[in-house]
Design a protein around this ligand. Structure first.
Ligand code: CMP
Length: 136
């Protein structure tokens, strides 16, 4: 089933010059890019985007990291795009993520893990509304 999902190419990826590599992996898989923007997350957007994590102990440093510089937000589309992108991205902790995945190949961290991808239809729609309010 055709789906859309929200992908954030995080500030570590922008700083490391990996935006093209990450978009290229998504495109080579056959996924489409419906919208793309370079933007710096502010505190309010961080709290809304990560609403389910704000009480977690790892949230303050995560927020600091996610607001530390520009990131790339994208709406990615394709057949079963939500699950397909999560598979391409790999496990949260880059040290444990499988080789061949974006995090497994390119990250050594469970915070600075290069990419965020929506984990369900509900979160995809919620996150797309947050990042692209004019498109929905
Ligand atoms: P993301 O897919 O953006 O969703 C939540 C983010 O929190 C996750 O990627 C990581 O960047 C971060 N995260 C999750 N678990 C931890 C943890 N145990 N320690 C530090 N950061 C974490």
């Amino acid at each position: 089933m055709a789906e859309r999902t929200l992908v954030l190419i995080k500030p570590d990826a922008v700083r490391r010059g990996l935006v093209g590599e990450i978009i290229s992996r998504l495109e080579r898989k056959g996924l489409g890019i419906d919208a793309l923007v370079l933007r710096t997350m502010d505190a309010e957007l961080a709290d809304a985007h990560y609403a389910e994590h704000v009480e977690r102990p790892f949230y303050p440093p995560l927020k600091q990291f996610m607001t530390s510089g520009p990131l790339v937000a994208a709406i990615v589309t394709g057949d079963e795009a939500i699950a397909v992108v999560r598979t391409l991205v790999g496990a949260t902790d880059g040290r444990a993520a499988a080789a061949g995945t974006i995090r497994g190949d390119l990250s050594l961290s469970n915070r600075e893990n290069l990419v965020h991808a929506s984990d369900s239809t509900e979160s995809a729609e919620r996150e797309i509304k947050l990042w692209f309010p004019d498109l929905v």
